[in-house]
Design a protein around this ligand. Sequence first.
Ligand SMILES: Nc1ncnc2c1ncn2[C@@H]1O[C@H](COP(=O)(O)OP(=O)(O)O)[C@@H](O)[C@H]1O
Ligand SMILES: [Mg+2]
Length: 223
Amino acid sequence: MTDEKKIRLVIGKRGSGKSVLTKHLIRNESRLVIYDIMSEYTEGVIFDADSVIFDGHAREDVSEFWRHVYRKSFRIIYRPLRPKDEIDWLARAVFALGDLTFVVEEIDAVCTPFDMSEWMQAIIQRGRHKNIELIGITPAPFGIHRDLTRQAKDIFVFQTKEPRDVQYLRRLLGEEIEAKLVALEQYEFVHWSDRVDGLQIGKVENGKEIVYRTPTSPGRGEL
Ligand SMILES: Nc1ncnc2c1ncn2[C@@H]1O[C@H](COP(=O)(O)OP(=O)(O)O)[C@@H](O)[C@H]1O
Ligand SMILES: [Mg+2]
């Protein structure tokens, strides 16, 4: 585990392995909040906006739960009913609390190039200073706010075929990304890190460790 908190992006088409990698990345996090739009996470306390009758009820439940645990460990899984509308209050709470990891699935739904919640903006710009790690997951990198890609220190790209996404990744990561993407086998990803030269191909093996194809790894299993 590294102590450095940063922004990480996980990109790739549906079923390519994004959530499996994300679950691996967060396996040891003791203070965690997940914005679980597609109901993919189960390891934690689940707050499902869909399962309550009165609007706002799930938020109150989260706030109440948080009030008891905020100094300690917690794994909060929040499943919004209206992702665009609910991100701002949760991001605000995350920013206020700090010292945690915030996972946002389908981040293209809440951080488009033209429209981003004020508190997501705060997390992206100043989250580091509050010890917040942000992991954003999206099938469509072309559709996310540029500040996110600009601030990211780790980018994992699974199979991506949409031409405008590939073209965008090419501008962002250099033209070698294209050949690397073509070479990807099932569940493999291309990893760009600001600490390592070049792009590496890796995979989560048996849900347990990341193994890179190339010999120059940034520390096997240490991510
Ligand atoms: N590294 C892997 N090794 C083996 N199976 C995997 C791996 N990554 C993904 N899978 C399989 O593919 C399915 C879809 O992966 P998932 O991470 O949910 O995709 P995504 O989040 O990109 O839609 C998983 O449920 C799992 O069965
Ligand atoms: Mg997923």
